[in-house]
Ligand binder design. Structure first.
Ligand SMILES: [Zn+2]
Length: 261
């Protein structure tokens, strides 16, 4: 099996893998498939995820990957080891979680006792689902990463000077730039002519964006401006139809085009 090392090396300089104590620590014996060892499995998973995203139809996704690749090339030419990725195995959560920082992305990947069958390959369906979930999280965090680096802030799609602060509680809607406000309103309204109203993917993505974790006026929290582009690109990933997205969400597409460059 292709271990995807060449694929990962194009984009990522350093990978740190952390495994929970509960996971087995078997070593590789001759003839054993390397991706069945948890440490290798997580690297393999990253490679499968990137290969999956490389094959996506939408340019905004390939452009974000291209940005990561450019950073890797720049870093390598200076003798640096970035971008830095961390892959942490977890027994705590029931999903893939990500966190973009200014020099890379950290992932927390659940492998409870059942999903260890995913590692051994006994559960092939589970493997495919994990790659899908990792792909959605990866592209979400890559959108954050690009914004953090471009505008030197906490992932709002505008310069830090436009509105400072808001790292913990975010920035209220009235203070966003007009194009971000327009894109949010369009997303909220299910697009032009409410064309996406009955669409379950749109409903799920919008609900996640307007969740109390990101928007809680009573507590003065508004992180929707920070999260908007990452949730839009999740929709783009799942729809797999650039034409449908452009027709339904022209303002969101304009914002995405500005962010992906
Ligand atoms: Zn996010």
């Amino acid at each position: 099996m292709d271990d995807r090392k060449a694929t990962v090396d194009k984009y990522v300089g350093t990978i740190t893998v952390r495994l929970p104590k509960a996971w087995p620590r078997q070593s590789i014996a001759w003839g054993e498939r390397a991706e069945q060892v948890p440490d290798h499995f997580l690297r393999w998973l990253l490679g499968e995820t990137i290969a999956n995203l490389e094959g996506h139809e939408d340019q905004s996704i390939t452009k974000l990957l291209g940005y990561l690749q450019t950073l890797r090339v720049e870093d390598a030419s200076k003798g640096f080891d970035g971008p830095y990725f961390e892959l942490e195995g977890s027994t705590e959560t029931n999903s893939v979680r990500g966190q973009a920082v200014d020099n890379g992305i950290d992932f927390e990947i659940t492998m409870d006792n059942d999903t260890l069958k995913v590692v051994t390959g006994e559960d092939q369906k589970g493997r495919r689902e994990l790659i899908q979930e990792m792909s959605v999280t990866f592209i979400h965090e890559l959108a954050h990463f690009k914004q953090i680096r471009t505008w030197e802030n906490v992932s709002h799609p505008w310069p830090r000077t436009f509105s400072s602060g808001g790292a913990n509680t975010g920035i209220p809607f009235k203070d966003w730039t007009p194009d971000v406000q327009a894109a949010y309103t369009e997303f909220e309204n299910a697009g032009t002519g409410k064309a996406a109203k009955g669409d379950p993917v749109w409903r799920r993505k919008f609900k996640a964006l307007a969740n109390v974790e990101y928007y809680n006026p009573k507590r003065g929290v508004d992180l929707r401006g920070r999260e908007l582009v990452s949730h839009i690109i999740e929709l783009v990933y799942e729809w797999r139809s650039p034409e449908r997205f452009a027709q339904t969400f022209p303002k969101c597409k304009a914002l995405l085009d500005r962010v992906t460059g």
